[in-house]
Design a protein around this ligand. Structure first.
Ligand code: AMP
Length: 535
């Protein structure tokens, strides 16, 4: 079998999405599509899955607490406060469901009808997790978490960005949450009857608790707010590896350096593995792949010192088996799944950092080609470049043109947002002759041109705030080049980076901003693929 990427199998995916029920990928019927946060042609990739995969995912979840228990005992004596959410689902033209993997899992009987287990005892009733309205879901989960504050032994969400969103929600809404706790009544904004019923089983008038929360939340500093409000918390369970590492300082601030625990590594294609040393530092996290989840192979990643020889295209003869990976080497993960993906390139780069007995353990290095990410969005340089080119045409009527740009995922705002630094050259005009609305149109055009995961985060999840263009003084990008050359870059090979992360560079750019503009409204977004909207 050849090594493939999504584009290679897309024609088959489209056939299944359009209703072809023959055994294209595997002998079992495709039960639904899982919509990945990775995109192809601006739309979420569709990953086939089969019914029995739910059991396999459930098995991986069941391994997490026995591992945790070895490091932090007695977790069964209290509850987990996890902020878990479902997202909207769509139907393909052929009638198959297409939805995110976690939505599929939370809606399955594996989650909804799980037998009582003190290790999966959560503060959020199922109904609050299964409510599609993100405000009602968040409000009710936070309320239930606050009501049971002393029982909470661990807190978390899937990704760090989601947990921080919950804390920021509390910052904004604690007065009405406290009102509900004081009076034992539920805000009229919570209209979903199932949510109301489930919350009312937990909510009792508790003026003392309301006062305690009010005192803590009205203090100027929110440093350590997690252990202040949930005093028995032993750790924060969120993924902070990969692009989520940008949130570690914020979590350390709110958590007063409570351990940040990354328990698992998974995707829509396949669940991969778990962290057997959960109390390690975030930068040392390594995942042990569970060999029964799928069949794993590895494409060696050419290291810089190996020269251009190694940058030839890969083929199946380059693949290395799980048993043959070498300590310290980097690989791209290739997976064969029970749902019929064969030698599929996931796009993640992993590094072998150790072994558990003979099982290799992998540090998540990065996902290939991600330039910007705030939440589950992953924007690559090409998408960004196309969007910027399109937007910059708004400048042409003013005899102005974009000469250079770069970008930055700014997570210092809440929620985070994309920032684009633009250097503009003017023929006969200057910036003051270009109306603000033109730059705002540029912002919106970029947002409209970005992939559907970005737009869903903006419009539906509200986990990304409006995109910003910062116009910088002329000559700023020359300064950037000077800086790079002073720090060892080659003058011949220098290209302006399309995305920056390094604090001194961002400082340099920010010190030369002459004006800034925000996207004035939401970009367009509809659930499902755009070509299905009419169905
Ligand atoms: P999705 O296709 O939306 O299910 O996203 C799966 C991708 O999320 C993986 O291929 C990784 O790039 C990323 N991811 C999942 N788990 C982790 C983790 N523990 N650490 C870093 N990245 C992760």
């Amino acid at each position: 079998m050849p090594v493939v990427s999504y584009e290679d199998i897309k024609p088959d995916i489209d056939r299944i999405a359009d209703g072809d029920r023959s055994s294209i990928f595997c002998s079992q019927p495709i039960s639904e599509f899982l919509t990945s946060s990775g995109t192809s042609g601006g739309e979420r990739k569709l990953m086939p899955t089969v019914e029995e995969e739910l059991g396999r995912r459930s098995l991986l979840y069941s391994l997490l607490m026995p591992v945790m228990d070895r490091f932090i005992p007695d977790l069964q004596k209290g509850k987990g406060m996890y902020f878990l959410f479902i997202k909207s689902e769509a139907k393909t033209p052929g009638g198959l469901l297409a939805r995110p993997v976690l939505t599929s899992y939370y809606k399955s009987s594996y989650f909804k009808k799980r037998p009582y287990d003190p290790y999966t005892n959560y503060t959020s009733p199922n109904e609050t997790i299964l409510c599609l309205d993100s405000y009602q879901s968040m409000y009710s989960q936070m309320l239930c978490g606050l009501c049971q504050n002393t029982e909470v032994l661990r807190v978390g969400a899937v990704f760090a960005s989601g947990f921080i969103r919950a804390i920021r929600f509390l910052e904004k809404h604690w007065p009405i949450l406290c009102h509900d706790i004081r009076t034992g009544t539920l805000s009229s904004q919570i209209t979903d009857p199932l949510v109301r019923e489930s919350v009312m089983k937990i909510l009792k008038p508790n003026p003392k608790l309301a006062e305690f929360i009010e005192i803590e939340c009205s203090k100027e500093s929110w440093k350590g707010i997690i252990p202040r409000l949930w005093p028995n918390t032993k750790y924060v369970d969120v993924i902070v590896t990969g692009t989520m590492s940008q949130y570690i300082p914020t979590l350390n601030y709110y958590g007063n350096d409570l351990p940040l625990v990354c328990t698992m590594y998974a995707s829509s294609e396949c669940y991969f593995g778990i962290n057997l040393n959960p109390l390690c530092k975030p930068c040392e996290v390594a995942y042990t792949l569970i060999p029964t989840m799928g069949f794993f192979e590895f494409l060696p990643v050419a290291r810089e010192d190996e020269g251009p020889e190694k940058s030839k295209p890969y083929d199946k003869n380059d693949l290395v088996d799980l048993v043959d990976v070498k300590l310290g080497h980097e690989y791209e993960l290739v997976v064969t799944t029970y749902a019929g993906l064969y030698r599929y390139r996931v796009g993640d780069i992993l590094k072998v950092t150790g072994f558990k007995n003979k099982a290799p353990q992998f540090h998540f290095v990065c996902r290939k080609n991600v330039a910007l990410s705030i939440d589950s969005d992953k924007t690559d340089e090409v998408e960004l470049h196309d969007a910027v080119l399109k937007a910059s045409t708004h400048l042409l009527p003013f005899e102005a043109s974009l000469t250079e740009y770069t970008s930055y995922a700014d997570t210092s705002t809440s929620p985070g947002h994309y920032v684009l630094y633009w250097e503009i050259s003017y023929k006969n005009s200057d910036e003051t002759l270009i109306p603000t609305s033109v730059f705002e149109d540029c912002c919106l055009t970029i947002e409209e041109s970005l992939n559907s995961v970005y737009r869903q985060c903006r419009v539906s999840d509200k986990s990304i705030s409006p995109l910003e263009i910062k116009v910088v003084e002329n000559g700023t990008f020359d300064k950037l080049m000077d800086y790079a050359i002073c720090n060892g870059a080659s003058i011949n090979q220098y290209k302006a980076p399309r995305c920056v992360k390094y604090a001194p560079i961002i400082e340099l750019l920010n010190s030369r901003v002459v004006s800034s503009y925000f996207s004035p409204k939401y970009p367009k977004w509809v659930p499902g693929h755009k070509q299905w909207s009419s169905s």
